[in-house]
Write a protein that binds this ligand. Sequence first.
Ligand code: COI
Length: 367
Amino acid sequence: MGLPNIDASKLTKTLTAKPKELVDQKKLAFGKNFTDHMLCIKYTEDGGWEAPEIKPYGPLEIDPAAFALNYSVQTFEGMKAYRSADGTINLFRPEKNMQRLATSSQRIMLPEFDQEQFLQCIKELVRVDERFVPNEYGYSLYIRPNFIGTEDNLNLQYSREALLYVYLSPVGPYFPRTVKLHANTKEVRAWPGGVGNFKLGGNYAPALRPTMEVVREGYDQILWLLGDDHYVTEVGTMNFFIFWTNSEGEKELVTAPLDGIILPGVTRDSLLELARKWGEFKVSERKVTMPEVLKALEEDRMLEAFGAGTACVVCSVSEVLYNSKTYQIPVDPSNPNAVFGPLTMRLRKELLDIQYAKTPSPWSVPI
Ligand code: COI
């Protein structure tokens, strides 16, 4: 018989003695408030997975020599729980997050885990902290699974102990307006043969300094380019989409392909599938370069650009700074105050309607 895997039927619960007060929903910023409880599941190479525990939210006890703290043996996910108009709570395609967490953890030698059982435990955590799930469209409960190597060992091998833990944060919009991007021609986020396609914390830390430089200049995020031809890759917090009339004169929605440097976003995948189902224009996953974008802008062929991700949902991009020049990206030519372009708005609405179970869909999974 093998060692025990995660078993949701063994989950234990210790409830908090000090329930938190709910924050006024309208004041919810992204990722600043946390709920009463968290889920922890420990692993050791000799003993396998221990019984999952739901316990009061609080600090973790972790050895200073742990792999996670020294060598970034850490991966995470971003998911959300949505309250629908009838009060029921759903997750959105959670099996995609479980699969991606498994793929990311393999890359950094963290142990295998039973994805279905882990998901059952996450659902139970959301049920325990159900009162924190906002009831307003556009607001949700962000779910952050984390997987870390906890063995205290400075040998650069692999962590023989690990911790899967999950905490929850009621959230409002990440970007409550259109987004301004600064195309980075100095640093790169990811490169062929690297790890940009895995959701590792180690991909995010090196983006902080360059990001803060552009934030100080009034931009929201970096548009990461790669190579001498300035291949337009992604934003780091979100995948990047362009809607244009391409150089062949066809209407096309295009985003970078999953070529090893792009994070395989669940929102990215869902929008591509929705747009393909409509069948109204070409939908492509292919490489586009910054000079092609500039040419499209010059020739008035650019229709919209937007970012997409779990945290930020779908948000229009209104400006890109590239090689010290500012380029305005059309949002909605019929409305100068528009926060979303017409296609961006349509995709966003279709997605949110599924997430809030207004439109029935197998993507919506009850807790
Ligand atoms: C998410 O969209 O869930 C993410 O993990 C992005 C994060 C940088 C907020």
